[in-house]
Design a protein around this ligand. Structure first.
Ligand code: GAF
Length: 386
């Protein structure tokens, strides 16, 4: 599937600019096994890059203006690199403008380029198409102009670009898009950015994403609010337990002992965070020891926390997970990504994937009148030159 995307992007580039691209970059979306809304809370997460990508084709154009074409949207724009970069009204262009601004702000010198890109990462499904866009764009500009930029700095600049666009996201999406490795999940310490790879061996189970095909508009404002609520909660915890530097240092017992010192909503948020950090550690051990039943159970627990305490779910995602709990062939399921729509991630017994898909497809259509989509996940490499 990616070969066709690469061929089509290259052909479009040649048709548009009359020459072959000088650099072609592939930049993946990501999944997250567990550790949701934990990156900006300085805990641990367990994501991986996947084989759904954005393909970019680049060439220098020897001017001060860059021209960028989004094939899938049928849209293009130009940016004069000598002028101050400002937000535009067209959302996708802001991710590109944001990374150009980041590169300039970090003192990297480059000139005009032509770029064409096309993607098979579903947009709005929680698979981080925006992180793939940011990281792929930085990677391509760096390759084109011989800029030396460490992977971690690509991720950090991508994250800052996303903040500039308006979502105060953590580092997980950009980090996993850049650092992905085939068949490995990344255990990332979001505080130090140290990481280690673990085998993505789910034994007799396959990873399948169910795409709810909904995206509720609350996402950006609620996301930013969660971040503030957690900051408020952490400040209260620290004032009672000075030895606690971040959520990972706080035990559930400590937290329960100061429950009445916090607004109940803030308590629910931070209770989820403290429990989720410990679930990531247990989930990683479960994966390493092949205890997929425990991993599945932890996924269900995460969903319950995201739905009831962190309150980032929605009725469509809750329905999918509640029915997954009753299904003999699903070992674990939870909403994945920021929430308010997008995908659930599911561990399904090998050999029963099609039965499960057809059952959930009918159920979802009956209840919501919406078509459920499915993605069989392959864990793949991070951003690379083709
Ligand atoms: C979004 C954000 F971009 C990530 O940083 C992360 O917080 C995630 O939601 C929730 O885990 O994808």
């Amino acid at each position: 599937m990616n070969d066709i995307l690469i061929q089509d992007t290259t052909a479009y580039f040649e048709k548009s600019f009359g020459s072959a691209p000088q650099k072609t970059v592939l930049s993946p979306g990501r999944i997250n096994i567990i550790g949701e809304h934990i990156d900006y809370n300085d805990g641990f997460v367990l994501p991986a890059a996947i084989d759904k990508i954005i393909c970019f084709a680049f060439e220098k154009n020897n001017t001060n203006t860059s021209k960028i074409i989004a094939i899938d949207l049928g849209e293009e724009f130009e940016v004069d690199l000598t002028k101050e970069i400002k937000l535009s009204d067209v959302v996708w262009t802001n991710y590109v403008l944001g990374v150009i601004k980041q590169l300039q702000d970090h003192g990297f010198s480059f000139e005009g380029f032509n770029c064409v890109f096309s993607s098979n990462i579903p947009v709005g499904s929680g698979l981080s198409s925006s992180a793939a866009l940011e990281c792929g764009m930085i990677y391509g500009i760096a390759a084109l102009f011989d800029l030396t930029i460490a992977k971690v700095d690509i991720a950090l600049m991508g994250q800052k670009a996303e903040h500039w666009v308006g979502i105060n996201c953590g580092i997980m999406d950009q980090f996993s898009s850049v650092h992905g490795l085939e068949n490995k999940v990344i255990k990332l310490d979001c505080n130090t950015l140290e990481f280690e790879y673990h085998n993505a061996d789910f034994k007799d189970y396959s990873l399948v994403l169910f795409d709810s095909n909904v995206k509720h508009s609350l996402f950006t404002s609620e996301y930013n609010t969660r971040r503030l609520e957690c900051e408020e909660g952490l400040a209260i915890i620290k004032s009672h337990f000075p030895e606690v530097k971040s959520f990972r240092d706080c035990t559930e017992t400590q937290l329960l002992s100061i429950q009445d010192k916090m607004n109940p909503v803030v308590f629910k948020r931070v209770h989820f965070v403290v429990k989720e950090i410990s679930r990531v550690i247990r989930a990683c051990e479960a994966l390493d020891s092949g205890n997929i039943a425990l991993l599945g159970q932890l996924l269900f627990e995460t969903h319950d926390g995201l739905s009831q305490e962190y309150e980032v779910s929605c009725e469509e995602l809750d329905m999918l997970v509640e029915n997954a709990k009753k299904d003999d062939f699903i070992l674990g399921s939870r909403l994945m990504g920021g929430g308010f729509g997008g995908c659930t991630i599911n561990l399904i017994q090998k050999g029963y994937e099609n039965d499960v898909k057809s059952k959930f497809s009918n159920l979802y259509l009956d209840i919501f009148g919406i078509e459920l989509k499915f993605y069989d996940v392959k864990i793949a490499n991070g951003t690379i030159l083709h």
